[in-house]
Design a protein around this ligand. Structure first.
Ligand code: PLP
Length: 446
């Protein structure tokens, strides 16, 4: 062991970028040529080298109301001065109550209870724990199994990676949760270049019936899926697939959890994908757009019947032994309230629907580039999948890097898929600018 340690090359700190171990980043590649943003306004970032870069990704799927919103920064500044922190364990302060009341006006019917977290990862683990605890509260002690899906991403905590379906996020981390199974990736070859949701594939949800036959419904607590697969490559659900999952879970007393961390807060043309797709889960996980990305915060929305199941014992006993120091943090809640004001006043939850067909047609024009293998879109979500070179991910990275340095546009690459999710304040001219940038990169970067 000692030899191995001695043989490992030690990277000495030699530059101002060395100390920060960057998340989900090729650190050495990044630090050799850092891409640094120093300010932002509206649809644009300003870079360290003085360029304006069009934000085609709303930061990381979170800045839905655009950058530099004074209403949010002023609310945050005011709140931090008035009440910087107060606990929400056996204590309280008004803002998370107010925020929760406001938020549930936008959720599908029945999702009226809110548990606050600080991130999408915490929302994932919170939802899984509540699902298991719910069945226990109902006396169904055997219902502990969790079903995720291949390509699913539910953040990076142990629960989330256990139900998640991305190999790289799982395989370095030892034993994960036991009693977990995964549905197949719900996308059929032949669906390439579909505009919106693929017609074919609803029957793939019936695989859940096989799992029920295999494990017994009496062992299954919950099924968790993203309505739209995000980090796994941006795949839209086949028409009817989520409805079918809903029917099966309902028939077998299995809770259905939708992870709406990226699809929430207007990304697809209504407040949540559940609203637009007409399928109401039992639990809905959110984060990101909740505060426009300005302050970390997440929220798990729960059906009344779940909350009620916990409220049956003696009133002086804590009903759920779970929570975070910062659940309902006053400054985050202030950011959330100001963000919601903006979404409501500017009708931003409808914006993706208004721009959807222009977005769709502009995006699908890029099909003329021979390297493009598939294009997918829904709401203001877009993805361009490239034919891979011998080195998977190389082309995606090249396009992303070229867009940033040469075309002044920020897109995101996951493997060889370019993902886009612009702020909802964008206009048609920004769509033109983004697609132009991509088209030039597709012509020149490979
Ligand atoms: N769930 C989904 C669907 C996500 O896309 C993400 C982040 O991208 C997460 C959970 C994790 O969120 P966070 O990075 O805030 O922990």
């Amino acid at each position: 062991v000692q030899n191995n340690i001695q043989m490992t090359e030690v990277t000495m700190s030699t530059s101002k970028h060395d100390a920060f171990w960057m998340p989900f980043t090729a650190n050495r590649q990044f630090k050799a040529e850092p891409r640094l943003m120093v300010s932002a306004e509206g649809m644009y970032y300003q870079t360290e080298d003085g360029r304006n870069v069009l934000d085609g990704t709303a930061g990381l799927w979170c800045v839905n109301a655009g950058h530099g919103r004074k209403r949010i920064s002023e609310a945050v500044a005011k709140q931090i001065q008035q009440l910087d922190f107060a606990p929400t364990f056996q204590m309280g302060h008004p803002l998370p109550f107010e925020l929760a009341e406001r938020l549930v006006k936008h959720t599908p019917d029945g999702l009226n209870r809110v548990f606050f977290t600080n991130s999408g990862s915490e929302s994932a683990d919170t939802s899984l724990k509540i699902a298991i605890a719910y069945h226990k509260a109902k006396g169904n002690h055997g219902k502990t199994r969790l079903i995720g899906r291949e390509k699913g991403y539910h953040g990076t905590n142990f629960g989330g990676i256990s139900v998640g379906g991305l190999g790289n996020n799982r395989k370095s981390f030892g034993s994960l949760l036991t009693g977990v199974d995964h549905l197949k990736h719900a996308w059929k070859p032949g669906s390439e270049f579909t505009k919106g949701l693929p017609e074919d594939g609803a029957e793939m949800a019936d695989e859940l019936l096989d799992m029920i036959a295999l494990h017994g419904a009496e062992t299954i607590a919950a099924v968790i899926v993203e309505p739209i697969v995000g980090s796994g490559g941006v795949f839209m659900p086949p028409q009817g697939y989520l409805k079918r999952l809903r029917q099966i879970t309902e028939q077998h007393d299995i809770l259905l959890i939708f992870d709406e961390v990226i699809t929430g807060f207007g990304r697809v043309g209504e407040a949540f994908a559940s609203n637009r797709m007409g399928v109401t889960p039992d639990i809905m996980n959110t984060a990101k757009g909740l505060t426009n990305g300005a302050i970390p915060m997440g929220a798990v929305f729960l059906q009344d019947f779940i909350y009620d199941a916990f409220m049956q014992g003696p009133e002086e006993i804590i009903e759920l032994f779970h929570g975070y120091t910062y659940s309902g943090h006053p400054v985050a809640a202030a950011a959330g309230l100001a963000t919601l004001d903006i979404y409501e006043e500017e009708n931003l939850f409808q914006k993706a629907l208004q721009l959807e067909s222009y977005w769709q047609e502009s995006l699908h024009k890029l099909r003329e580039h021979g390297v493009v293998k598939d294009i997918r879109n829904y709401g203001l979500v877009g993805a361009i999948e490239l034919h891979s070179s011998e080195k998977f991910g190389e082309r995606g990275y090249k396009i992303f890097n070229h867009c940033y340095w040469k075309q002044n546009a920020l897109v995101r690459c996951t493997g060889d898929t370019i993902a886009m999710s612009p702020p909802l304040i964008l206009e048609e001219s920004h769509i033109d600018e983004l697609m132009n940038a991509l088209s030039k990169s597709l012509s020149n970067a490979l």
